[in-house]
Design a protein around this ligand. Structure first.
Ligand SMILES: [Zn+2]
Length: 108
């Protein structure tokens, strides 16, 4: 079965990204992180260092690309990848009440 391609992060609702040229490499790194997270969940190892490293790589790119959340209150805040308590990857902003997205861009 073909895996559906994830939407580009710069097309997520309320996401602002200055370096849109970096989107392809961010999506590739996010795909790698997602596969590492799936392996970790399947192995029951939610503290996998593979996942930590894969997330760090994505977050370095998100920082370089200036990925921010444009929802209220201003100013826009940085967006990072992290794991939820069940070991699924999400994107989360730095607002006092964080906004969150699934990897497919669905707001949580
Ligand atoms: Zn936000």
């Amino acid at each position: 079965m073909m895996e559906r391609e994830a939407p580009r992060i710069d097309e997520f609702p309320h996401v602002i990204l200055e370096r849109t040229d970096m989107v392809p490499e961010i999506m590739i790194a996010a795909g790698r992180a997602e596969r590492a997270a799936r392996r970790a969940r399947n192995a029951g190892n939610l503290r996998s260092t593979d996942v930590v490293h894969a997330i760090q790589k994505v977050n370095g790119m998100l920082m370089s690309a200036a990925a921010r959340c444009g929802q209220n209150p201003p100013p826009p805040t940085d967006i990072e990848m992290t794991t939820d308590p069940d070991g699924y990857l999400i994107y989360r902003c730095q607002h006092a009440t964080p906004h969150k997205w699934k990897l497919d861009g669905t707001p949580i």
